[in-house]
Design a protein around this ligand. Structure first.
Ligand code: SF4
Length: 326
């Protein structure tokens, strides 16, 4: 499983001052699951150490300029970023982690300086990051800094594993029946992102127009990738848990049902992490031999050792509940 990374994040000494920005989560945890494909556009055209560069708001738009001698290097950086994205076409990446704040790699809120002496504004996007967004609009992208947030981390990891699963599935020359099976296994994971997306995907799978399989798969791919790029919330996840509990409603005692609902409410109130609820649901699923549930990716979306659902902060409320903004 290949993951693109800004080179400096995995310890390459390619920053302007000859240092790296090694990130512990990436190098200690993620390296167990991914093969990293490093990119450093700056290192490919400038020597190290080198003068720093910055985004500057000019009369010709936002340009990339060296800090001391004010050389405009925008075209050089755009050209080498284009070379990098062309290389990415062959790398079959399932996602990319970019270095925050960089005028080359920063995904958002990069400082944009003014030509005259005015305060900078955090509103820019790095040149390479912009090229990736333009060329791979559905590729999972994050910055290393944002991955310190357990909610963004859980969403991103869930997204890249689902992305990988989808492409493995598409590469296996699937039939219509295979598509139904794949789609069914993702029912509750997609529900936890957006119920309407599951409905859209269901209509594609139903294929009322009797389109050829290649067309259906292509349409399914785009809608699936859009669905998994959405963020999960406590309310959507709680809703999925209620759906799953429905499978045992007539099989468990009144006391067991009350205990289960109490556990789910504790998750909703941020007292216990999601994994505690999932563990109980898996026990019931096994006890009552619920094959349909056991195949649900929602219950096992990524290796359990990542322990992303063990943190109560991995889930947030959405705006409609008015408790906390995402
Ligand atoms: S932020 Fe990007 S361009 Fe800058 S050193 Fe890291 S990988 Fe290279």
């Amino acid at each position: 499983m290949k993951l693109g990374v800004s080179s400096c994040l995995i310890g390459t000494m390619c920053r302007y001052d000859g240092t790296s920005s090694k990130d512990n989560f990436i190098t200690n945890i993620l390296q167990k699951y991914f093969e990293f494909v490093p990119y450093c556009p700056e290192k490919m055209i400038f020597s190290t150490p080198r003068e720093t560069i910055r985004l500057v708001n000019t009369k010709d738009g936002i340009r990339v300029v060296t800090s001391n001698d004010k050389r405009d290097v925008t075209d050089d950086l755009k050209n080498i970023s284009q070379v990098c994205v062309e290389q990415m076409q062959n790398d079959e990446l399932c996602g990319f982690i970019l270095k925050s704040k960089s005028p080359t790699c920063g995904l958002e809120r990069v400082k944009v300086y003014q030509e005259i002496n005015a305060p900078s504004e955090k509103k820019g996007v790095g040149v390479f990051a912009q090229k990736i967004k333009d060329n791979f609009p559905l590729l999972p992208l994050e910055e290393e800094g944002r991955l310190n947030d357990p909610w963004l981390r859980e969403n991103f990891l869930m997204q890249i594993f689902a992305y990988r699963n989808l492409f493995e599935f598409l590469n296996s020359s699937p039939s219509f029946n295979d598509l139904v099976e794949f789609h069914t296994s993702y029912k509750y994971l997609i529900y936890s992102k957006s119920q309407s997306s599951y409905k859209t995907l269901g209509n594609i799978v139903a294929n009322h127009e009797k389109s050829p399989i290649e067309e259906v798969l292509n349409e399914y791919k785009v809608s699936f990738l859009e669905a998994i790029s959405q963020k999960g919330t406590i309310s959507k996840t709680y809703n999925v848990l209620l759906h799953i509990l429905g499978y045992f409603k007539k099989l468990i005692s009144k006391e067991e049902k009350e205990e289960m609902l109490e556990t789910m409410n504790e998750f909703k109130e941020g007292i216990i992490p999601l994994i505690a609820v999932i563990k109980l649901l898996k026990i019931y699923s096994k006890r009552f031999n619920q094959e349909y549930l056991e195949k649900q990716v929602f219950l096992n979306p990524y290796p359990k050792e990542l322990a992303l659902r063990s943190n109560v902060k991995a889930y947030k409320w959405d705006k409609s509940f008015g408790l906390e903004e995402i």
